[in-house]
Design a protein around this ligand. Structure first.
Ligand code: FE2
Length: 236
């Protein structure tokens, strides 16, 4: 199984999953702005896009999932409780999807959003905004459907995974190398917190520093209704 991070620019991370013995492709958290780039790459390599997965309903960019489904008829997969329209396959903790002979499973980790999930496949977990690398901590919990206490409680799910899994996150500064869960347990301040109060204070401070989410008023309705708006200010 090959896992490639595709977005060189920007902080939103998209992963391409492929296997040398198959012609199928899977995209995790594709960004609408780059859908043509993804499709060109998939075509260049002679692959077929079988599925796209959104780890949660994004508020900071328009997902590429429903556009890619419209263009290629691939599956569009999200956690079962999502409010987003246009999803073709809803999954839960009992779901198991075969991709190129590998098993993909899903873990509910509400907090950043109610529909946040971890996607697990072989030696990789894809954590979306549930967990970032090292000092990045975790995603903010002050956006729609976010709940700080749920996020804190969801962290216990990490005990289900081997310390050797690579934590592939939803946002990082460009060029960030994805690290193992063991490394993150040492270096991520959130995973070294002892109390909920510490976590709550970190979230409050983090939200203060991050400020307003610039794309939310366009991106969130687009993702929930599964529709590309007529005007996308940042692409004008
Ligand atoms: Fe997010």
């Amino acid at each position: 199984m090959r896992v490639e991070q595709l977005n060189d620019e920007g902080w939103a991370k998209t992963y391409l999953l492929t296997d040398d013995n198959y012609k199928d492709a899977c995209l995790i958290d594709p960004v609408f702005d780059y859908t043509d780039k993804y499709l060109d790459l998939i075509e260049e390599r002679g692959l077929t896009l079988k599925m796209t997965i959104a780890t949660h309903t994004h508020a900071d960019h328009i997902t590429g999932c429903f556009t890619l489904r419209e263009k290629t008829s691939c599956e569009y997969i999200m956690w079962k409780s999502t409010a987003s329209l246009g999803v073709s396959k809803l999954v839960d903790g009992n779901s198991s999807i075969n991709f190129c002979g590998h098993k993909i499973t899903f873990y509910h980790v509400p907090g950043h959003t109610e529909d946040s999930m971890i996607v697990h496949l072989d030696k990789h977990i894809f954590t979306g905004d549930f967990l970032f690398t090292g000092e990045g901590g975790v995603g903010r919990d002050d956006l729609p459907s976010g709940r700080m206490k749920d996020h804190w409680d969801s962290l216990s799910v990490l005990s289900e995974f081997s310390n050797l899994v690579i934590v592939n996150t939803g946002h990082e500064p460009p060029g960030t190398e994805m690290k193992s869960l063991a490394w993150n347990k040492e270096n991520n301040p959130i995973l070294n917190m002892e109390t909920w109060e510490q976590y709550r204070d970190w979230q409050i401070e983090s939200a203060k520093q991050l400020g307003y989410v610039s794309k939310i008023k366009v991106a969130l309705p687009a993702n929930m209704f599964g529709e590309i708006p007529e005007v996308i200010p940042w692409l004008e």
